[in-house]
Write a protein of this length. Structure first.
Length: 78
């Protein structure tokens, strides 16, 4: 069971937004600021991990504390 996922906020100079590069399936973020990016990411990422990276068996057989992953994130200006 994967315990660590990564998210990177990348600046798109043309669109003037940060967008997400991540190994979390389904995570799509575009935000005008890093604060907004982080708020969206912290809201969406855990739910997407549970929905797309955890099986029904894992959810049924493991304690919740064992299912909660670490999410490592960084920002980068392109």
């Amino acid at each position: 069971m994967k315990r660590t996922f990564s998210v990177k906020a990348i600046w798109d100079d043309e669109a003037q937004v940060f967008y997400a590069q991540s190994d979390i399936e389904g995570l799509r973020i575009e935000a005008a600021s890093l604060d907004e990016f982080e708020e969206i990411m912290l809201d969406a990422a855990p739910e997407l991990i549970m929905a797309n990276h955890r099986s029904a068996f894992e959810i049924a057989e493991h304690a919740l504390k064992d299912l909660i992953p670490a999410i490592l994130w960084e920002s980068s200006f392109a």
